[in-house]
Design a protein around this ligand. Structure first.
Ligand code: FES
Length: 178
């Protein structure tokens, strides 16, 4: 094709400033830097919050692992004072595994924080708020929960069972009746 058919390049208007040569006003640079610092600060705050910067609370449970049946979750009451100074009284599910180790489940459904129950007849945990169902190991079987049941660090030292509960723990929402 003949190059003479191409559209002619635009010539700059006489007297118009060249954008590559025009300096950016100092005030605009400072405004941009200030907004960037604020945005970064807010982002860091969100990240720290998401990382759980609140220290966990060690709670000793009134349970005797020696008398627990393996493979059947047991509901164990506990109380604690959370990082806001509120006294929380609720319960959590403790599972004695086949090898004798223990698993502690956060008693709040990972969907919308409702309390859930172990239903022995169906061999699963069930959350009546929205129909969430979980296997013995906490994996999701059905319903809207986006992830498995949360497990809490647990130790058994000669029968003294201690669980690390998140410092900002709050009571689960009441389960709807089935
Ligand atoms: S809160 Fe458990 S299924 Fe919605």
């Amino acid at each position: 094709m003949d190059s003479s058919n191409r559209a002619p390049e635009r010539a700059p208007r006489p007297g118009a400033p060249d954008p590559l040569e025009t300096p950016i006003p100092r005030r605009r640079v400072l405004l941009f830097l200030g907004a960037s610092v604020l945005a970064t600060g807010a982002g860091l705050g969100a990240i720290l919050e998401a990382c759980g910067s609140v220290a966990p609370v060690a709670v000793t449970l009134q349970v005797n692992p020696a008398t627990m049946p393996p493979g059947v979750p047991v509901e164990v009451p506990f109380s604690m004072t959370n990082s806001n100074g509120a006294v929380v009284q609720t319960s959590m599910w403790i599972l004695k595994n086949a090898d004798g180790s223990l698993t502690a489940y956060d008693p709040r459904c990972p969907h919308a924080m409702c309390a859930y129950k172990w239903v022995a007849a169906e061999n699963m945990f069930k959350c009546n708020c929205h129909g969430g169902e979980f296997a013995l190991d906490g994996t999701v079987l059905a319903g809207p929960p986006p992830r498995p049941l949360n497990k809490l660090p647990i130790t058994d030292q000669g029968g003294v069972v201690t669980v690390e509960v998140p410092g900002d723990f709050v009571t689960p929402r009441a389960s709807l009746s089935s």
